[in-house]
Design a protein around this ligand. Structure first.
Ligand SMILES: [Zn+2]
Length: 139
């Protein structure tokens, strides 16, 4: 899978929508780690069943030997979602759209990746979850 630094302009596939990259990690590139609010993880799982920009190929996690991680996602968290072959997209209140590989869920839960706060707010907002209380993101 290609590596793109967080918050750079999306270029993985052609799209009419301008987007920013988040979570396109690679083993030889350092990434921010930390504790991510459960609401962010729940929101990503809820959005994952949309399988945005699904590709034919599968990207395995390059940080461990897990083959095709699977999670329970979708609005009711009862849909099996295979990670590694689609993206998750989210839009913030200002209209900025973010694109992350759906492996970002695995990166957060298994490899302590902490995405940019702008992205975290956007996914919770896009999933229609309560954003009254500020998200917890700690190093
Ligand atoms: Zn992994």
């Amino acid at each position: 899978m290609p590596h793109y630094p967080d918050m750079t302009t999306y270029a993985y596939a052609t799209s009419d929508q301008e987007m920013l990259n988040v979570g396109w990690l690679a083993p030889d590139c350092a990434y921010r780690t930390g504790i991510v609010d459960d609401r962010v993880i729940d929101a990503l799982k809820a959005l994952s069943s949309a399988y945005d920009n699904q590709t034919r190929g599968v990207h395995d996690c390059e940080f461990c030997s897990t083959e095709r991680p699977v999670i329970l996602g979708g609005p009711a968290y009862d849909t099996q979602v295979w990670l590694g072959s689609a993206e998750i997209r989210a839009q913030d209140a200002a209209g900025t759209v973010y694109s992350a590989p759906n492996l970002v869920i695995h990166y957060i839960t298994e490899h302590r990746y902490c995405p940019p706060v702008e992205f975290c707010r956007a996914v919770v907002r896009t999933a229609g979850m309560d954003t009254t209380n500020e998200l917890t993101l700690a190093d």
